[in-house]
Design a binder for this molecule. Structure first.
Ligand code: ADP
Length: 555
């Protein structure tokens, strides 16, 4: 029997006592803040003292609308360690989602970054009935008509250090909402034990592996599944941390890697596509960088190869969901694959990989039977484990379709090969079902992004009279390229059968993205629902039918 519960307290203790001199660096609009875990610890205790003084008690929810900064990081520990619940809110959601989420979660106090997040709160104030205080994460407050606003740094300077209470491991500590790419946002709660377990799992070499020699740059927004929990793992490991501030562009990330000697970072593929482009044209020393964890949507093979070949950076492909507290699988070559040639190893590593320690999975067919692990048969991925949520908050109707006797039904359609490597074919909602057969949008996107003239590409299903659905490719060309729809189809035709080829190729300046940087397929589907599909597969179609050149669509 253990005398301790699994809570975040020992993570905080370890960072502040065993690595008190290790740095946390945070980029702000007026330069960087640089301090040590010792100062981080003092400010975090003071923040908890300030929150307690304004009446936050164990069990209360505190919402945050913040970018990746040291103040937000202090809130990451102060709120859960005092027994309250950290509810990270996507700062750039549409107004009606913000209003719904704050109300649904019953947030009492909001910690808000200046600028756009504060303007959102101000604009919606009359509709945020339950909120009684707003703390601006800055050293002073902006000009405002609201009378319940205070400045984070002033509160911290005036507050007494808080003593962490004994907490139960089942105490809710965090809360996130799915970003709503597939409908109304759904809330999930993370207990102390869940965050503890996930951070431990991430830190093991069997998942990501984080230790005190690492310099971790947090690119995943802190409102997106707790920045994949890396801020917690990093503290536990005693790693130096770098917070890149509001909306960092490729130049900012490249400079931070060089100046802070970043070794490990993580984020969605679109971030790394733009960083590669930046590195093509600028002379930046990124030689410190050892690993990039890419996930959230499928890592394009071309991006993985280019980082490895041109920058000697290992790209680790990871899969996860809000419901699995982010990272649930990571792709590495197993021991027995180490003797294989590079190409064979790459084939494994390009998949979503091996389920992380602590979890279990199975693939389930539409008729409820289990699908064999042969790398071919597809089924819905079911997962379970201590880092997988057991229900949605306040949404009994959603629970019924998403959980099955302790398993989370992920809604992801996948194969698993003989070696246990998971490969996502599609999201159930993104699957293209043409004439009863599946076409993988992920595979087509990957292949498209192998083309030298293609910067990014998303493939969606659009309704079709005869085949029910057909693929449409939305392609962003590299600057200066005069790639045509015919070139695209010819290229895909080298690898895929004719019926897999998109019925229409739409050129866009930029593929629209969600707030978390994923391709916004819902928006694309709405936009191209009637893409004028004239070329049904199997027909000997007229050359340019149904293919638009749509540069004017640029947003
Ligand atoms: P949202 O559901 O709002 O997009 P999540 O971050 O919870 O927010 O999204 C989880 C989904 O993202 C997964 O169910 C899966 O469909 C997709 N996803 C995550 N990682 C990968 C990956 N490496 N490859 C392909 N799809 C991925």
């Amino acid at each position: 029997m253990s005398s301790s519960e699994l809570t975040l307290r020992p993570f905080f203790w370890r960072a502040t006592n065993l690595f008190p001199e290790t740095e946390v660096v945070s980029r702000g609009p007026d330069g960087s803040t640089r301090y040590t875990y010792r100062e981080f610890g003092d400010r975090t205790r003071a923040l908890a003292g300030a929150l307690s003084a304004i009446g936050i008690d164990p069990g209360d929810r505190v919402g945050t609308f913040g970018w990746n900064t040291h103040r937000h990081y202090e809130a990451y520990f102060a709120i859960p360690l005092m027994g309250a619940q950290l509810h990270t809110i996507n700062a750039v959601l549409p107004d009606e989602h913000v209003e719904f989420i704050v109300d649904d979660a019953s947030d009492e106090v909001l910690l808000v970054d200046p600028g756009e997040p504060f303007e959102t709160v101000e604009r919606l104030w009359d509709r945020l009935d339950g909120v009684r205080e707003v703390i601006v994460m800055d050293d002073s407050i902006p000009d405002t008509d609201l009378d319940c606003v205070s400045a984070f740094d002033e509160l911290v300077a005036d507050a007494d250090a808080f003593d962490w209470p004994e907490l139960s491991e089942d105490q809710p500590a965090g809360m996130c909402y799915t970003s709503g790419t597939t409908g109304r946002p759904k809330g999930v709660e993370y207990t102390q034990k869940m965050i503890y377990s996930h951070a431990m799992m991430v830190a093991t070499p069997s998942a990501i592996g984080v230790d005190e020699s690492d310099v971790v740059m947090h690119v995943v927004p802190m409102y997106h599944v707790n920045s994949w929990e890396l801020p917690f793992s990093s503290a536990m490991a005693g790693a130096k941390q770098v917070y890149p501030g509001p909306s960092p562009d490729a130049e900012t990330l490249a400079r931070l890697i060089e100046e802070e000697e970043v070794t490990l970072t993580a984020g969605v593929p679109t971030v790394w596509i733009t960083l590669l482009e930046y590195l093509d044209e600028h002379d930046v020393d990124v030689s410190s960088l050892e690993r990039i964890v890419v996930g959230g949507s499928a890592a394009p093979h071309a991006v993985v190869r280019r980082f490895e070949d041109e920058h000697d950076v290992v790209v680790e492909h990871a899969w996860g969901m809000t419901e699995t507290m982010s990272i649930g699988s990571v792709s590495r070559a197993k021991g027995r694959a180490r003797g294989w040639d590079r190409e064979a190893r790459f084939e494994k590593r390009a998949k979503q990989g091996l389920l992380s320690p602590g979890m279990e999975m199975k693939l389930v067919a539409e008729d409820g039977t289990e699908v064999p692990w042969d790398g071919e048969s597809v089924g819905e991925l079911y997962v379970r484990g201590p880092t997988v949520v057991g229900e949605y908050y306040n949404r009994p109707e959603a629970n019924a379709g998403s959980f099955d006797e302790g398993w989370l039904k992920t809604g992801d359609i996948a194969t698993v090969d003989e070696d246990g490597y998971l490969e996502l074919v599609d999201r159930a909602k993104d699957v293209i079902k043409s004439g009863g057969e599946w076409i993988s949008s992920i595979e087509l996107e990957n292949e498209l992004m192998e083309h030298d003239d293609v910067r990014e590409a998303a493939v969606i299903a659009v309704p079709h009279d005869r085949w029910r659905e057909r693929p449409v490719a939305c392609v962003g060309r590299r600057s200066g390229s005069d790639l045509t729809a015919d070139d695209v189809l010819e290229f895909l035709g080298e690898t895929y059968p004719r019926w897999w080829l998109p019925d229409s190729v739409v050129f866009v300046e930029e593929v629209p993205k969600t707030a978390t940087g994923k391709f916004d397929k819902k928006r694309l589907r709405d936009r191209y629902a009637d893409a004028g599909l004239a070329r049904a597969h199997g027909d000997e179609g007229g050359d340019d039918d149904g293919r638009e050149d749509d540069d004017a669509e640029a947003n």
